[in-house]
Design a protein around this ligand. Structure first.
Ligand code: THU
Length: 161
């Protein structure tokens, strides 16, 4: 071995009431929309609330399908709606919450899947901005400042140029 590559990531852990009011509100919106998820196959509900730089808040929840791969995660439902309807407005913050149907939210927050991380990363590079991600647990909120802290080895558009 000639060298080793180490990239460190950082997540800040808060109690819900320590967050600024706008962030707490975004968390509540994500929780509300989680309950409307269409997840009859996995019975795993995910809600996402996305705040844009113009203060507009968009939501998404997971949408499943009998042909399983045709479903889509909550994060990308919200993100692609933003891309379709606010193509010039960067997203700045996303709150994400998950639970099993008929049960409380997960004790520890669930991180977005790899495909969603890559999709979120696309919006950071598209707008040259950083996205704050709030991952909701039962009592804690994990604040992630920038996708680099969840996906340190993202696929980059420079690699296809
Ligand atoms: N899911 C999300 O909505 N977001 C993620 O980041 C991971 C998984 C959904 C997809 C599927 O409907 C269910 O959770 C179980 O995987």
């Amino acid at each position: 071995m000639q060298k080793r590559i180490i990239r460190q990531v950082e997540i800040e852990v808060f109690q819900r009431n320590e967050l600024e009011p706008a962030a707490q509100q975004l968390c509540r919106i994500a929780e509300k929309v989680r309950l409307e998820a269409y997840a009859p196959y996995s019975r795993f509900l995910v809600g996402a609330a996305l705040e844009l730089s113009n203060q507009v808040i968009l939501t998404g929840n997971n949408q499943e399908n009998a042909a399983y791969p045709s479903g889509l995660c909550a994060e990308r439902v919200a993100l692609y709606f933003a891309g379709a309807n606010y193509p010039d407005t960067p997203p700045v913050r996303m709150a994400i919450t998950a639970s099993h149907a008929n049960s409380e939210v997960l004790e520890e927050p669930a991180a977005p899947c790899g495909a969603c991380l890559q999709a979120l990363h696309e919006y950071e590079s598209r707008f040259g901005t950083q996205l704050e991600i709030l991952l909701l647990g039962k009592t804690e909120v994990w604040k992630v400042k920038g996708l680099v802290n969840l996906l340190p080895f993202s696929f980059n558009s420079l690699e296809i140029k």
